[in-house]
Design a protein around this ligand. Sequence first.
Ligand SMILES: Cc1ncc(COP(=O)(O)O)c(C=O)c1O
Length: 386
Amino acid sequence: MSEPRIPLSVPHLAGNERSYLQECVDTNFVSSVGPFVPRFEAEFAARVGSPFGVACASGTAAIHVALQVAGVGAGDEVWVSDFTFIATVNPITYLGARPVLVDADPATWNMDAALVCEELRRRQRAGRPLPKALLPAHVLGLPTDLAPLMEVCQECGVTLVEDAAEALGAGFTAGPLAGRQVGTVGLLGCFSFNGNKIITTGGGGMMVTADAALARRAKHLTTQARRPGPEYWHDEVGYNYRLTNLAAALGVAQLEQLDAFLAAKRAIARRYDEALGAVPGVSLPPRPTWAAPSMWLYSILIDPTRAAVDRRRALEILDRHGIQARPVWAPAHLMPFYRDAERLGGGVGERLFEQGLSLPCSVGLRPAEQAEVIDVLMAALQGEVV
Ligand SMILES: Cc1ncc(COP(=O)(O)O)c(C=O)c1O
């Protein structure tokens, strides 16, 4: 594949990135100690509406540590989204726990809340063991229907941990969670600052929580579980999951631009919606009335029985025109190492994978570039030779 002319989702470094990085170099704080790390933690937590933030080396590390401080250990069950990037599920396995893969709701593309509520209550009534934690991922910047999940978790004593890696800035607009942002509803919430995310630190993550003791323990685990003092005493097996001051400097600069980034993503989504909304065989991303998605990665479904092409062919055509699109993820249960995992529901994740196509939506995407993407895609969908 040649280098795309119009990439899928690339960083937008238009603010104070250069001057904050320069400050790190000038002060010699380039590694894991330095003022940008606590500043990024505090400013990020305040921005999402959570009391504490713990910076991590990646979103995957944040999920790993969050599950561990939530008490997940060997032999425990964690119910997790099946239709998600694999990094949601793998940390469960790192801890020796067992993922139960929950299918998606076709109305949100996220964890099917009705399936979870029904099965949890059935198990509780039958006196059967319950999962230690529930780990829904807010995929593509679309909020999961968390209100019923929060309620059932409280009822059954299950810890709710959110994978908000893809959904920074998304929130709830109606119902019991109105005004809350994703990542702050569960006991712990996790975010990623990988290069393709809405804000980036090059690579990095953040765990947020309202629980001071859990935040302290998470910080301890991410810093090799070293006790304070000059000597190297470690009170448990920890990790080197620290974020560097350089990365945090980028994070602070990026966070300053988050509102503008969200506005850009939503404007791009509106233009795609208007252009593609009436095309036979195309389903637009879900827009539940109770949520404000961040529209991080704009994705559509192409029904090959109604459109002239399937998503594989559409992908090839876009690629030939220098336009980078991408299939959405294969559900985790299709990976050989999760083939035998227990599952709740089934069928929806596969259909999303077969039909889902993510389209270019970088913050810096120009209207003329987006118009070109739309023209090529429309021609493909309508069977015109392109
Ligand atoms: C849903 C989801 N969870 C977790 C991660 C892991 O984040 P990272 O790549 O920063 O480890 C990502 C992104 O990469 C993701 O999309």
